[in-house]
Design a protein around this ligand. Sequence first.
Ligand code: NAD
Ligand code: LMR
Length: 327
Amino acid sequence: MTNRVKVAVTGAAGQIGYAILFRIASGQMFGPDTEVELQLLELPQALGALEGVKMELDDCAFPLLKNIVCTDKMEVAFKDANWILAIGAVPRKDGMERADLLKVNGGIFGPLGKAMAEHSAPDSKLFVVGNPCNTNCYIAMEASGLDKSRFFAMTTLDEKRAKTQLAQKAGVDVTEVTNMTIWGNHSATQYPDFYNAKIGGKSAAEVIGDETYLKDEFITTVQKRGAAIIKARGASSAASAANACVNGVYALTHDTPAGETFSMCLASKGEYGVDEGLIFSFPCRVENGELKVVEGQEHNEFGQEKFNATLEELRTERNTVKELGLV
Ligand code: NAD
Ligand code: LMR
């Protein structure tokens, strides 16, 4: 039987939108047996550009792509959508932290959560890319009143960045690096956990054998990679962010290979002592279609300190959005 999925993409004419739509339409996000309908949302001033993107999608004649809707109305874009990819938001510029975008972008996510509740499919899920993605997701979740298990934000790009850094340092193929967990916030406080990560099935920390590098240069490189790209390119990451979004939704919709985990920001149920409802990045697995946070990983004193710092930042962001009246 052929499946079909309706995918709403916000900010569809932006940088990430341009890089992701062709990959969704080619089947890379939901697999080769799933047909897709794209429901694309843009601001009114970007509808002209979006029409051009639609023409290009048409010109690819993708066998799995069955319909394209372009609109500036959330109720049209979200109508019966199974997945909402919330990319539409302003990116930061050189010298800014992602949390500086809260005042600019936070206001988008309350109405988005409400529209999701009113118009999307009963099984719909939200995957937030627009920054600061954890707290934007929290705002949407709170506004929607929907079950918290339907809300996700992206640390997939950080996970990929961390895997490549470890592989390059160890001189191994990137496929050798597994169980690379990003804990906490998609921000400069995130904790890429090299103690629980593995290289060739062994502890990455032991294989690399240089804790000074891992505690300092490795963590900082991953935490600040987004800023380094903005500095180099003059624009924030786009193709790699789109790739991460494809991979992140794929990870949520397919069983995880034996022994592997993936990083995903989702509403805490209290795992690892994280406040219930905070959108926090954990190690996850999907087994027989069911998503689980992998429990029982241990942190030494250094790891616990890093974990606490990113948790504290997310609590502060939650308090800020409360003060701003966004939740
Ligand atoms: P962009 O400026 O190129 O595109 C954003 C698009 O969103 C624009 O076309 C704009 O018209 C549209 N838009 C703005 N507000 C909207 C709204 N309310 N409804 C619908 N559309 C709206 O930006 P980009 O480079 O594509 O980045 C998008 C977001 O993704 C930024 O916030 C960026 O910081 C974030 N990002 C997150 C990650 C991550 O790992 N989580 C990675 C890269 C970028
Ligand atoms: C990234 O990590 O590349 C994005 O979140 C963009 C940014 O502002 O860093």
